[in-house]
Design a protein. Sequence first.
Length: 424
Amino acid sequence: MAVLTRVLLAVLALSAGVAADDLAELRKREDALRAEEAGRRLPLAEHCERCKMWKEADAEYRRLVVLAPDNAQVADRAAKAAEKAKVAQSRPAKQDEASYRQGAMTVSREMAKKWWELAQWALERGLRVEAEKTAENAEGLDEVVGAPSPLAKKFWESIYPLGDERRLSIDALNGWRKRCGLKPVEFSARLSAGAQRHSEYLLRNEGHPSTDGLGAHDEDPSLPGYTPEGAHAGKSSDIGQEPPVAAMLGMLGTYYHRIPLLHPDLQRVGIGWAPRPDGQGGWCTIDCMSGHGPRVDSPRIVVYPPDGSRDVQRAFDNELPDPIPPGEDHDCGTCVSLSVFDKGKLENCEMTVKVNGAAVEGYLSHPGAPARKDHGQGRNIVFIPKDPLPAGAKVEVSAKGSLDGKPIAKSWSFTTGQDLSHPR
């Protein structure tokens, strides 16, 4: 027994030594990549300075500060570029601008590939947390390029293999976004890393008063499991206590949590899932507010459930904050919404819902009469029927209002299924 114990301790010591060696090698490789990228970006930043492309110079120096945080000269030039970018208007020659764009794109694409390769290297050596942080660099550069690297897919599929709940939840969301006429979103390794940290924080501190109710969106630096990435994710997420697919569908069955999932400009979503040891649920963090991309021109008005949908759930999935008036029965019908993702004042709002030709009573919420005065309404017209909708019913919706005085009107219909709520 004593011999076996000594052998086991020797194996553990060897494993710890190998892990430490791998971590040291990772840090060495990270430093080398930062130095390489900094060396390639500095000429781009200097080109922007010479051509008085101050916004571009500001962006390049911001990246250089991250790559070389201890370089005082870079920090000084970054501060000057930032000031110039606030007050100066750039009018570069087309040739100078084209030269910069081409150079910046090349550097970002080639360095993204190297960062992804390093992230995969770290993952294969069991350094998952470090690999995810390395992948953040790669994904940030992919965003500059405007397209994910093929290596990104390989990386996150290594962490989230085919059939993983987190990947399937993105598929579930995209199925409904497609019905709404919206572009699909991508799974984000970077956002998922923060979301995973927050889910693990909530599980670790479950039962602590600070995690009750809306406190689930926050992290206390004094509690175990706190991370800056997790804290950011918590404030940018829908949070549920079901596995990812059920949590995602549940959010779509609510009011407040639905809206960010249907934003036209949403491009990337992060998913974190920390199951309870007894298998009874857990904590799911859906970062759906950090991954916006450039503006998508159409559609800017989104209705839900979308026109022509079938097998729509019949009841409202409860949420916190609660949009149902105090003292009212919470056994309500599925939430119907019209969302305007544009600037302007939404007013003169109306919505009627008919089930098999007959109007139903419900709770109407809009900017002029929000369901809750202590929670943002946004530019949304929402109707929650007082009772669950019957199975197999045709539901017809008519909504109208005005945005900065310009009329808005939408009519659509959908059909309910047999289930009261989303599949669990």
